[in-house]
Design a protein around this ligand. Structure first.
Ligand SMILES: [Zn+2]
Length: 254
């Protein structure tokens, strides 16, 4: 029994360390700034997820990681100030069992596509996991004038409905939400999505026909799966570049 508990403690420590590193990676890559957040489903309970208290991602430490239920209430008895927009994560986990990690960002490069009638398409190979369809959620459609934040379960569920089985939904005048089958996959999507948007905008300025990644090419690349050595190499690089490689080996001091 003691061995079981040690194994579970080690698994939770590993998850917390990886989530702290993910926060800092996204900040280092310019995907999040003072705002934005990343979460992962709890390794031992699919009805819970791990997310920092309300701190800027670059500053997140292991002790900031809280455990939430899928309705956004803290499950660990802590009273720290949570992110107002944690319902983005709640909706994504509640609606799709295969979603294991979620990122919310206000990345500038995607915003033109959130306010225009021109849909964002996947055009660079590193962004191929984003998929064919990138829907736009407009809070105005159902909720009228709001503060544009996803601040309750009803809004979180409506965003998840528009996200559907896609990996990314843009949010009108706000940013994007990405849902991945692993923490590494959602990091990759979130890092390359703004780059993909920038390349697409640059190509539009050139004029002429724009060639997108084809569904067949996406399917081949998707068959590589959400894990694997290629992704581990990227995570190691991103974490060390962000100065947080040690969190990938995090173990809480008892
Ligand atoms: Zn936001």
């Amino acid at each position: 029994m003691a061995d079981d508990r040690q194994t579970r403690d080690a698994e939770l420590d590993k998850a917390i360390g990886e989530l702290v590193a993910a926060n800092r990676i996204l900040a280092d890559q310019g995907v999040v700034d003072a705002y934005g957040h990343v979460s992962m489903r709890h390794p031992h309970d699919k009805n819970l997820f791990l997310l920092s208290c309300s701190r800027s991602p670059e500053l997140v430490e292991p002790q900031d990681i809280m455990t939430f239920r899928l309705d956004g209430s803290p499950a660990d008895g802590r009273t720290d100030n949570p992110y107002v927009e944690r319902f983005i994560h709640c909706g994504a986990y509640e609606s799709a069992p295969d979603v294991m990690a979620v990122v919310h960002s206000h990345a500038l490069a995607v915003l033109p596509f959130s306010i225009s009638s021109t849909p964002l398409k996947t055009v660079i190979h590193t962004a191929s996991h984003i998929g064919e369809t990138i829907p736009v959620w407009d809070s105005q459609d159902k909720f009228g004038d709001t503060g544009l934040l996803v601040s309750d379960m009803e809004q979180g569920r409506d965003l998840a409905r528009v996200l559907g089985h896609n990996r990314v939904a843009l949010m009108r005048g706000h940013g994007f939400t990405a849902a991945g089958r692993s923490l590494g996959e959602v990091l990759k999507i979130s890092i390359y999505l703004p780059q993909n948007a920038q390349v697409y905008l640059d190509a539009m300025r050139l004029g002429g026909t724009i060639k997108c990644i084809t569904p067949g090419e996406m399917a081949i690349r998707d068959s590589f799966g959400p894990g694997g050595r290629e992704l581990a190499r990227a995570i190691e690089y991103w974490a060390n570049r962000a100065g947080c490689g040690h969190y990938l080996r995090y173990k809480k001091t008892k």
